[in-house]
Design a protein around this ligand. Structure first.
Ligand code: 5GP
Ligand code: ZN
Length: 113
């Protein structure tokens, strides 16, 4: 399987990691869209949000969310930040290994593009 984020999990491609545990890793986005922009990903390969299983992945999904929350605060975003998960081409997904974007440290606008 040729997955960019699996290669980051495996250490085959370098990334600026800010957190890792047995289930997830978090690292800075290579093309940041805000002063703080990192991604939280599961170590397990799951291609899209549609492939996340309610039966098998509830705890993992919660762990991704709470990791994003905790790291956002640690990175100084306690006054506000945004989490985004793009799903499939129409949702703007470009890397097919699920990831939660966390953006902060600037005023974010709505609606997104
Ligand atoms: P998506 O468009 O799938 O929601 O988000 C993919 C994100 O991964 C983009 O924000 C993009 O900048 C980031 N990205 C793509 N390739 C790499 C890489 O090799 N390293 C890192 N750190 N981020 C990447
Ligand atoms: Zn993968």
């Amino acid at each position: 399987m040729d997955c960019l984020f699996c290669k980051i999990v495996a250490g085959e491609i370098p990334a600026h990691k800010i957190y890792e545990d047995d289930q997830v890793i978090a690292f800075n986005d290579i093309a940041p869209q805000a002063p703080v922009h990192f991604l939280v990903i599961p170590r397990k390969h799951i291609a899209t949000l549609n492939d996340l299983s309610e039966e098998d992945d509830q705890a993992l999904a919660g762990h991704i969310l709470f990791t994003a929350q905790r790291l956002a605060v640690e990175q100084g975003c306690q006054d506000g930040f945004r989490v985004v998960m793009n799903c499939n081409d129409l949702g703007g997904q470009t890397v097919y290994h699920i990831h939660m974007h966390v953006l902060g440290q600037r005023q974010l606008h709505w609606p997104p593009g």
